[in-house]
Design a protein around this ligand. Structure first.
Ligand code: NAP
Ligand code: COA
Length: 263
């Protein structure tokens, strides 16, 4: 997306200190944006801020938990005070672990729903007053679990499905303000914490990869490209869309039934 520029624009990435979200922050920083990130770990935030500053623009980092509406509101307010209206808001903070529903306490289920779904509501709700109106682009990071029922992922399936509905409802409520709200549903993205948790062995990775029509995992850069496209004027009539960037994984529900061919 080197032909799309975000020079001088303000970008806020919730959960932006690692993985896919940091990849998005990096792409906007390289395209000339002023980038703010927020996540829980001060150490991770500091590391990401140092990297993002190396691209030349101003960077802000906040230690804030998306489960704490006040902490998130303060980070957004400080970003607004420093740089003015927020042009691009990414909500991507998430937690995951693999466990059957019966192996999960009420707090285990609630923790993931609190981070992913309630956290997304907190981020968007608090950001609205600081967004550029008209013109802002919001992107929620979804996942295949939002539409594919996936065993041992009851918490994530419920939370990400809820996020997709928030995307659609707020696209309707905030469309009249000139604020677009979209989602990106990444497929398996190589070298990320998500994949380390869902496919911890080489065998798991091979099985997962064999179910992807394009035959490989994606990259954080490929997710960032979609985030930049959606936030650019090229997508100015796109809102309420949740776009898979997944090498075609969603077409087969992410399931590889190849083993059944020999029966
Ligand atoms: P990751 O590196 O663990 O990213 C999660 C980020 O969220 C971290 O920066 C983490 O930093 C932050 N975070 C977690 N809990 C938080 C909280 N309560 N408050 C604020 N920040 C919090 O994982 P990833 O694999 O790149 O995933 C990033 C996003 O992509 C997630 O939304 C995930 O569901 C989605 N996704 C990933 C894949 C994949 O293949 N990896 C596929 C589909 C969707 P702190 O620990 O410092 O808080
Ligand atoms: N199986 C079952 N339950 C689990 C679990 C597992 N593998 N891992 C955590 N839990 C439960 C805990 O036991 C606890 O419940 P309890 O109080 O009834 O015992 C609950 O989840 C909360 O755990 P805790 O460690 O206190 O939560 P946290 O807020 O510190 O961390 C997590 C949240 C659990 C999601 C943690 O994995 C995390 O911080 N993840 C962020 C990174 C990530 O997941 N990246 C991938 C994104 S796709």
């Amino acid at each position: 997306m080197s032909d799309i520029e975000f020079k001088g624009q303000t970008v806020f990435v919730a959960g932006g200190s690692s993985g896919i979200n940091l990849g998005i922050a990096r792409a906007f920083a390289r395209a000339g944006a002023k980038v703010a990130i927020a996540s829980r770990s001060q150490e991770r935030v500091d590391g990401a801020v140092a990297e993002l500053k190396s691209y030349g623009g101003p960077v802000l980092g906040f230690s804030a938990d998306v489960r704490d509406p006040l902490a998130i509101a303060q980070a957004l307010q400080q970003t607004h005070m420093a740089w003015g209206d927020i042009d691009v808001l990414i909500s991507g903070a998430a937690g995951n672990f693999v466990a059957p529903a019966l192996g999960m306490s009420a707090n285990g289920f609630r923790t993931v729903v609190d981070i992913d779904l309630n956290g997304t509501f907190h981020v968007l709700r608090a950001a609205h007053e600081f967004l550029r109106k008209p013109g802002a682009s919001i992107i929620n990071i979804s996942a295949p679990q939002a539409v594919n029922p996936t065993m041992f992922q009851s918490h994530v399936c419920a939370a990400k499905a809820g996020i997709d509905m928030l995307t659609r409802v707020l696209a309707m409520e905030w469309g009249p303000d000139g604020v677009r709200v979209n989602g990106i549903a990444p497929g398996p993205i190589a070298d990320t914490e998500g994949i380390r948790r869902l496919a911890p062995t080489p065998e798991d990775i091979a099985r997962m990869t064999s179910s992807i029509p394009l035959g490989r995992m994606g990259t954080t850069e490929e997710i960032a490209d979609m985030a930049m496209f959606l936030s650019s004027t090229r997508a100015q009539y796109v809102t309420g869309a949740v776009i898979p960037v997944d090498g075609g994984s969603a077409l087969s529900g992410g399931r590889n039934l190849g083993g059944a061919l020999n029966n």
